[in-house]
Design a protein around this ligand. Sequence first.
Ligand code: ADP
Ligand code: MG
Ligand code: MG
Length: 252
Amino acid sequence: ASNLKIENLHVSIEGKEIIKGLDLEINGGEIHAVMGPNGTGKSTLASAIMGHPKYEITEGTVTIDGKDLLEMEVDERAKAGLFLAMQYPSEVSGVTNADFLRTSINARREEGDEISLMKFIKKMDEKMAALGMGEEFSQRYLNEGFSGGEKKRNEILQLMMLEPKIAILDEIDSGLDIDALKVVSQGVNSMRSPEFGCLIITHYQRLLNYITPDKVHVIMQGRIVKSGGAELAQRLEAEGYDWIKEELGIED
Ligand code: ADP
Ligand code: MG
Ligand code: MG
């Protein structure tokens, strides 16, 4: 089974503490959503877990399947089964989407267990069709000239191809029109299995109309201040975050 466990996480950027004692556990079969106002540390959480060098972890532990994630290099984290979709995916010139994906898949496998070219192509065709991506996307350079919506679809393609144990998806809904939002959501829903746990980070509730989370967490001032079920996201959509601030006596 897949498990990501975050305990008492503290993260600083350039000496300023952004995440201040955050606890969160995600198991295979579960989709969690983390919501919160802008600038509360959602993306910081994602980047810190992935091992971005700018984010200094000053306290706490993060484990994947019981193994210390924080001791691992970035590529080891991926190999351990972690997937991170970035809010601003980068462009890589000269590397085609297909090459990138095949290299990424094989980097996560043991030597001698590489995916065959036939199997790879079949799988990629299948997943691209499911996401409504034209064939040309396999030979396009990674993210180069991709529209916002195409980049998001491409991230979900990566997710479906890599089949990680745990995925952290940061703002995969930003800039998507309704059709793209549905396609991206279907892609994530198709991943649901006991072996797959997912953390969806989103500012807006909209995405959660299409992906029903098992648990919803609200992050404020670098901590999870409230957790609940899917109905919590609906209340946030209707009422915003002020009632939570009032409940907790938080000043802006
Ligand atoms: P969210 O994703 O919830 O909108 P972020 O995690 O991006 O919030 O940001 C939280 C806080 O950390 C903000 O005050 C932001 O300005 C600061 N921050 C985030 N990343 C950096 C960085 N690379 N350098 C300096 N400050 C940063
Ligand atoms: Mg603490
Ligand atoms: Mg963010």
